[in-house]
Design a protein around this ligand. Structure first.
Ligand code: NAD
Length: 290
């Protein structure tokens, strides 16, 4: 396939490289001056998109996605697919899908989980929204860039799945960290805390697979000085998107709201920027109730 790839950053770069390695003809564009193995670079997003069967975007946010889509949709060939893998707000994903459909194109919103390691290793999970036909066109590419793709429903469903999942993740991480800090103050040692909770009803992915306490449970960013991993500011981005969606759908999400406020405080005024999102534990350790 001829693939246009726009946004070749930490995630998009290795994803595009994997498509090229699998034998696809990949033409890339990024605002920054980047070189990606096997990918030929175009002068503009429009030039990368013009002849493509599939255009993939991997961009920072919904506003940039809307601007790029505005430029490339008019030059894409009828029946070609626009596949956005960025994490953006549900409203932007739906607006871009509508615009693409009006121009006779297929569209898929397909945010990912798995981070930079998953992008490099071709082991991402894709959560996709769009028509069956659009998903079928993108699916072989998801197979190259990832290990799993779930077709969640119509346009916007991929973004909806992603932010609901990450809202649970943010809330659960905070709950796990505050419980560890309470256990410390109650004189319970962390290994005992882990041994009990990881096999009791308080278990979760954050406790069992990504334990925020160093030296306890499986290897995680806590064992590496809280280097990300999944950075606190990216968690904040996803929590904000969840609250934006909750606002526009009139959904009551008090825990998500509290998690968004806490990560905002952590990232913006408590030194959390650039740390893994599990660094909430040392944050709680240092604090009392007041
Ligand atoms: P990044 O900042 O490394 O990459 C974004 C790239 O887009 C940059 O290279 C930038 O120059 C380029 N860009 C910006 N505006 C552009 C434009 N108008 N035209 C062309 N290129 C443009 O970010 P990233 O870490 O690769 O993340 C990309 C997306 O993936 C984000 O939406 C993020 O939320 C999501 N995501 C990231 C991770 C992660 O662990 N990094 C995990 C899951 C999802």
């Amino acid at each position: 396939m001829k693939i246009g790839f726009i946004g070749l950053g930490n995630m998009g770069g290795p994803m595009a490289a994997n498509l090229a390695k699998a034998g696809h003809d990949v033409i890339g564009f990024d605002m920054a001056d980047v070189a990606i193995e096997g990918v030929s670079m175009a002068e503009s997003g429009v030039a990368a998109a013009a002849q493509a069967d599939v255009v993939i975007t991997m961009l920072p946010n919904g506003q940039i996605l809307r601007a790029v889509a505005e430029d490339v949709i008019p030059v894409m060939a009828q029946g070609a697919a626009l596949v956005d893998c960025s994490t953006v707000d549900v409203d932007s994903a739906r607006a871009v899908a509508t615009q693409a459909a009006e121009a006779g194109l297929l569209a898929v919103d397909a945010p990912v989980s798995g981070g930079v390691g998953g992008a490099a290793g071709g082991t991402l999970t894709f959560m996709a929204g769009g028509s069956t036909e659009a998903f079928a066109k993108a699916a072989p590419l998801f197979d190259i860039m990832g290990q799993k793709a779930v077709h969640c429903g119509d346009a916007g469903a991929g973004q909806a799945a992603k932010i609901c999942n990450n809202m649970i993740l943010g809330v659960t991480m905070i709950a796990t960290c505050e419980a560890f800090a309470l256990a410390d103050k109650l004189g319970l040692d962390r290994q005992s805390m882990f041994d009990v909770v990881s096999t009791s009803s308080g278990y979760s992915w954050t406790m069992n697979a990504y334990c925020p306490a160093p030296g306890v449970g499986p290897q995680s960013p806590a064992d590496n000085g809280y280097q990300p991993g999944f950075a606190s500011e990216l968690m904040l981005k996803d929590l904000r998107l969840s609250q934006q969606a909750a606002q526009s759908a009139d959904a009551d999400t008090p825990m998500g709201q509290a998690a968004a406020a806490l990560y905002e405080q952590f990232v913006e005024s408590e030194g959390g920027l650039g740390t893994d999102f599990s660094a909430m534990l040392p944050r709680f350790e240092k604090r009392g109730r007041g």
